[in-house]
Design a protein around this ligand. Structure first.
Ligand code: PMP
Length: 368
């Protein structure tokens, strides 16, 4: 134990936080950063200018608290999502991580549980600890797929209060069929449990993949969580949001901090949403690079998963750490999620993707 962790252990920290490490992929300043699934394209200048203008307007009123209900932002988000949603269906927060935390604060807590199906987004268990909610680790098949029957049976067996379904799933990249979400919702209905579909990467989905937004009608305990951090290229702005029945947003209002979404954040998101077509113009290019990664890795004899997202999870590596380090030595950082024989890479610009594929090819041939 180092000195700081010894000092930390002297504090009256909650028992379930003892020994935990804070979440965080390494933030290493290298030229090619393909490790946290950001949109690596720079924002279009028109959008930068629009944000600067809207933020400048907001700056003039920063002596006042912001609109606690962020009405204009909710209206624009509802319009963006479609599916007959209106602002009463929408809630937003500082990143979808905060959305998920608020859901746990409202529906989880001591004596309650949340279930997810691993390998999945590594923040789920940490958000559970932070809200004193028991975390139940459900299982996927060996190829990381999750069938409707298996998911529903596991929910019936463990009777969690909340189920998190990540679709497309991080780190494996694959989306769930709507049949899985319907079956889980039905199983969860037996115990009045909430079902959250985390669609952080939905905009990158393959053509035949459907969003769970289409299932919201008539399902009071279903929540779809989204973010502006990925496809919109606004990870730095910290804006996540959810769509659900209006009464779900009322439940979240009970736990949110007043004025949690700053005037600057609201102005940024509003300006971005007014330019949504420009922002999302890069999505098709990112999907092209994603598909290129999948086909090149297959040619290299590796085993990439089908990806509905802006990243590719790939197996078939004898020594993933050596590959990860070899890439880093060349100024390229990707993600080691600690799953045996695998790594994950974000689809970057064409040049970044080329640099990654070329260096990877060299490293693999040096290993032979
Ligand atoms: N859900 C998933 C599946 C993610 O991968 C991430 C980001 N890594 C998030 C939620 C949170 O993103 P943000 O807080 O930036 O919206």
């Amino acid at each position: 134990m180092n000195v700081r962790s010894e000092l930390l252990s002297q504090l009256p920290l909650r028992e379930n936080l003892r020994g935990l490490s804070p979440y965080g992929a390494p933030q290493i300043d290298v030229p090619i950063q393909l490790n946290v699934n950001e949109n690596t394209h720079p924002l279009p200048q028109t959008v930068i200018d629009a944000i600067a203008q809207e933020v400048s307007k907001a700056a003039a009123t920063l002596n006042r608290y912001p609109d606690r209900e962020f009405v204009e932002l909710r209206e624009l988000l509802a319009k963006y999502l479609g599916h007959d949603l209106d602002r009463e269906n929408i809630w937003a927060a500082n990143g979808s991580n905060e959305i998920l935390q608020q859901i746990l604060q409202a529906f989880g807590g001591p004596g309650r549980s949340v279930m997810s199906f691993g390998p999945t987004y590594s923040m789920y268990p940490l958000l559970a600890s932070g809200t004193d909610t028991e975390y139940i680790a459900g299982q996927r098949a060996d190829d990381f797929t999750l069938s409707a029957d298996s998911a529903a049976a596991q929910v019936r067996e463990h009777t969690p209060n909340i189920v998190f379904l990540c679709s497309p799933n991080n780190p494996t990249g694959t989306a769930l069929g709507l049949d899985v979400i319907e079956a889980v919702y039905e199983a969860a209905s037996e115990t009045n449990a909430m079902v959250i579909v985390d669609e952080a990467y939905a905009e990158f989905s393959l053509a035949n993949t459907k969003s769970a937004l289409s299932l919201l009608g008539g399902r009071q305990r279903l929540i779809v969580s989204r973010t502006m951090s990925k496809a919109f290229g606004l990870a730095g702005a910290r804006v996540g949001y959810l769509a659900a029945a209006p009464e779900v947003t009322d439940a979240i209002r009970l736990v949110r901090l007043p004025y949690h979404l700053s005037a600057v954040t609201q102005a940024t998101a509003i300006a971005a949403l007014k330019n949504v077509d420009l922002l999302l113009a890069q999505v098709e290019e990112i999907k092209t690079q994603r598909d290129r990664i999948v086909s090149t890795l297959t040619e290299l004899g590796l085993k990439p998963s089908v990806s509905d997202s802006n990243f590719v999870f790939f197996g078939g590596l004898d020594d993933p750490h050596a590959i990860w380090q070899g890439l880093l030595d060349a100024g390229i950082i990707i993600r080691d999620n600690g799953i045996a024989g695998t790594l994950r890479v974000t689809a970057g610009t064409e040049a970044e993707t080329t640099a990654f594929l070329e260096r990877l090819t060299e490293l693999l041939s040096a290993q032979k």
